[in-house]
Every structure is written in C-alpha cells, then in structure tokens.
Write a protein that binds this ligand. Structure first.
Ligand code: GDP
Ligand code: MG
Length: 442
C-alpha cells in the first residue's frame, strides 16, 4: 500500500514542468485522504492543504523530478514545519526546583510519562529528580507513580487520597527545596472526558506551583477527538509542550498535527513503549513521513534521484524492449545502481519501521554481502563473457571463480540468478522495468 500510494500520487502528473492548479488537484485530494486516514482533524487538514497549495502553485519543478514528486516533497516539508522543527528539550531554566506539571486526560499516559521523563532528566541532564502524585481520586494511581518512579531511579514524595491536590503540591515543593532537588515532576489526575472541575483543579495547581513546563500529554491513538481535548487544555493552561504517547501503536499519529496546530506548543517527546525507557525526543520530519503513510519515502525518492542514472535505465529498458537481450553487463549495472542508492541497508533505514523490522537486519546484511560477491564474480569475467554468458562453461567458470576468490558453485548460482532475471525482463518487455524505475523516482 505504501508504494502504491506514492506511485499513485506521482503517476497523476508525469512530464509536466510546473505545478499548476489542474495537475495539483488529484494529488492534493490524495494528500487530503492520507491526512484524514491518519486522523488529522478536518479543519486542520483544510488549513494545511490550503497552505501547501499556496506554496506549490507555480513552482518550477527542478531537475528530473516530476510535479508529483515535487509536491510530495513540499507536503512533507510543510508537515514537518507544522509539527515543529528542530529539537525541543525540557526547559529547566528556573530557580530550582524546576517544576514540571503534567496535564491530560485519564489514560493518556501522564503517570508513565512522568517516570520516563524522570529517567531522561537523570540520565541525560544529570538532575536530581522528585516526583509527586496529585491524583487523589484513585489510590492506585499514587501507588503506580511510586512504582514507576523507583524504576526510573528518581525519588517519590508520598501523598494520600484524603489530601487536597494544592496541599500535596505545596508539601512536595517544600520538600524539594529543602533537599536540593533540581526538578519536581507533578503528576495529576485526569478524567475520561473534559470536565470543568478537573480543569479548575489543574488551573489551581498551576497557580500554586508556577511550573516552568506545563506538558500536555496526549494519546496518539485518540484520533479526531484529540483536537477538542487539546483545545480545552489550552484554554485552561498556558501549555509549554506536548508529549505524544503510544506512538508504538498502529495509529499514523495525525493527532500530532491537530494538537500542535491548536495549542501552538512544541511537541517535545514521543512515547514509544510502555516501558520506562520508551521515550524519544520528537522528530517532526520523521513523523511527517508516518502521517503521510510514506515512511521516509520522500528521503528515499531524493536519494534514489541522486543515485540512479536515468539515462542508463532508459537505455536498458529500450534494449530489453527491442529484444537486444539483457546481458551480464546490464545485470552488473543493476547491482551497482543498487549500491549507489546507498546499499540495501541504507535503503532499509528509509523505510517505515514496521516494514524494516519484517525484513530484518540480518537478512539485509546477508543480501549486501551477496551483492558484493556477485559484483566480484562479474568483474572477473571478460567483456565477451559478459555479453554472451552462454559461453561460460566449466573451464571458464573455474577461472572466474579463482579470479573472484569464490567457489565454482557460486558462479553457477550467479548465472542462475542472471537467467531468472533475464526471463523476468523478457516478460516485462521493458515497460515493467520503466515502471519500476519511475516508481523509484525517475
Ligand atoms: P494516565 O492515566 O494519564 O496517568 O496514564 P498512564 O500513565 O497510567 O497510562 C495508561 C496506559 O497507557 C498504561 O497501561 C500505560 O502503560 C500505557 N502507556 C503509556 N504510555 C505509553 C506508550 O508510549 N506506549 C504504550 N504502548 N503504552 C503506553
Ligand atoms: Mg495517572
């Protein structure tokens, strides 16, 4: 589906030198669909499409890019820009203890993220960290924070359900001051839906604690509704950052776009597992690829563009079409083109994590070794042998194997692979190959 979408997008506008109102329509409809599928809220999608259109119209298409590819590039860049560029770490510029207030709906991941952040601040920023729970509605929530705080290697300040959240906050603040903590992380209660009493309570906590960071924790799986939650929390609190949790799930994370647009606050971190170390600094560019459903395929297109010699590919296709035959020189050209594209494992880095995980690094390493060996074998052949592989009989095989430093059976294996490829090429009659090349960026 991944390459399908890309090729569909790109196919709609081939061979035109400029992005125009008419050639951009189909493409933008696809982008719109992709964003809605990713759960970006409708008004946000509308705004976004309008912005992209404005940026794209009339733009010259550079080099061998077609307008479709150029537009994918623009869309991706705009997505990344909308979700925030650069790295935004936690701000600790305050008279210690720097207070960080966690806000968000119940189940968003506040307690988990509190502990993850504690660990992050201890390990990356060398801080002395105290946590406290102001969630007085659920005794289990206080215990939960205690447990995960221990896992994080931070200290936990006790609180109890019969206390007022404000009193808990003041006591924790006092303790943190007297024991020279650098950071106080305050976990709060959430409700299942937006609730006035809850908002009043957290506003009061904010006024009491004067936090340097007020982080809105939001579940990436929340989908379309994230925009309403974000709006409510933004109205209640001066948010300084967002943590997008559960990005390890299936969602394409379109909530990032909505939440960012509504709050204007930077997305600082992403939760990527239930475990204590499952927190990453948010990477807007990478996330843009996920929201579009293209992984980092934009980067892939760029890289392929750099590497692939389009002329050679076209000549090759023409040759196959005209029945000239596909020889070992062409086979070698294909192999080296693959290498130019950054090697197989280089390509893997560009694919979405789920797909890459399926392929497996070990497989990729093996494939790359195979490619190098194949190259060595073909390089040991004479020009004539490469043009007429059928000449390669036993004694030639032995010479080639010796030259390449491999066993004869490996030469046989390569010749078999070549024959298979040749058969495929004949079947495709050039058209298929060109399609393949185009899909990769030509
Ligand atoms: P709170 O009600 O906002 O405090 O939410 P919790 O921190 O208790 O988290 C609710 C559930 O979501 C728990 O089961 C967590 O383990 C889980 N959770 C939190 N963050 C993540 C994350 O980034 N990935 C995954 N897979 N689960 C998470
Ligand atoms: Mg909690």
């Amino acid at each position: 589906a991944l390459t399908d979408r890309l090729s569909r997008l790109v196919k709609t506008m081939r061979g035109q030198a400029r992005i125009t109102e008419s050639n951009v329509q189909d493409m933008l409809r696809e982008v719109r669909m992709a964003l809605l599928e990713a759960d970006v809220a409708l008004p946000v999608v509308r705004d976004f499409i309008a912005r992209v259109k404005e940026k794209a119209l009339g733009q010259e298409v550079v080099g061998s890019l077609n307008p479709g590819q150029a537009l994918v590039g623009i869309v991706n860049k705009e997505l990344a820009a909308t979700m925030g560029e650069g790295v935004a770490d936690i701000n600790l510029a305050a008279q210690p203890p720097a207070v960080i207030l966690m806000a968000g709906l119940q189940g968003a991941g506040k307690t988990t993220t509190t502990a993850k952040l504690a660990k992050h601040l201890i390990e990356r920023r060398r801080k002395k960290v105290l946590t406290v729970s102001a969630d007085v509605y659920r005794p289990a929530a206080i215990e939960q924070l205690k447990t995960v705080t221990k896992q994080a290697g931070a200290e936990w300040f006790p609180s109890a359900p019969n206390q007022q959240p404000r009193d808990i906050a003041l006591a924790a603040l006092d303790h943190a001051r007297r024991h020279y903590f650098d950071v106080l992380l305050v976990d709060t209660a959430g409700r299942l839906a937006i609730d006035e009493a809850l908002m009043a309570e957290i506003r009061d906590l904010h006024a009491t604690l004067k936090p340097v960071e007020t982080l809105f924790v939001v579940d990436a799986m929340q989908g379309q509704d994230a925009i309403n939650t974000a709006r409510a929390f933004k109205e209640a609190l001066p948010l300084t950052g967002i943590v997008l949790t559960k990005l390890d799930g299936d969602s394409r994370g379109g909530a990032a776009l909505s939440v960012r647009q509504v709050t204007g606050a930077p997305i600082k971190f992403a939760g990527v597992s239930e475990k204590i170390d499952g927190l990453e600094v948010f990477d807007a560019e990478r996330h843009a690829g996920r929201v579009l459903g293209m992984g980092d395929i934009v980067a892939l297109v760029e890289e392929v563009q750099k590497g692939v010699d389009l002329d050679a590919a076209q000549k090759l296709a023409a040759k196959v079409k005209s029945g000239d035959g596909f020889d070992l020189n062409d086979f070698l050209a294909q192999i080296s083109q693959m290498k130019k594209m950054g090697g197989l494992s280089g390509l893997m880095d560009k694919l979405p994590a789920q797909i890459a995980a399926k392929a497996g690094q070990a497989d990729m390493d093996r494939a790359e070794r195979d490619v190098r060996r194949m190259e060595g074998i073909i390089n040991s052949m004479t020009p004539l042998e490469r043009r007429k592989p059928e000449l390669i009989k036993a004694s030639r095989k032995r010479r080639i194997a010796a030259g390449a430093g491999v066993q004869v059976h490996e030469v046989n294996k390569l010749l078999n692979q070549f024959e298979q490829m040749q058969g495929m090429m004949k079947k495709m009659k050039g058209g298929g190959l060109m399609k393949m090349m185009k899909r990769m960026g030509g």
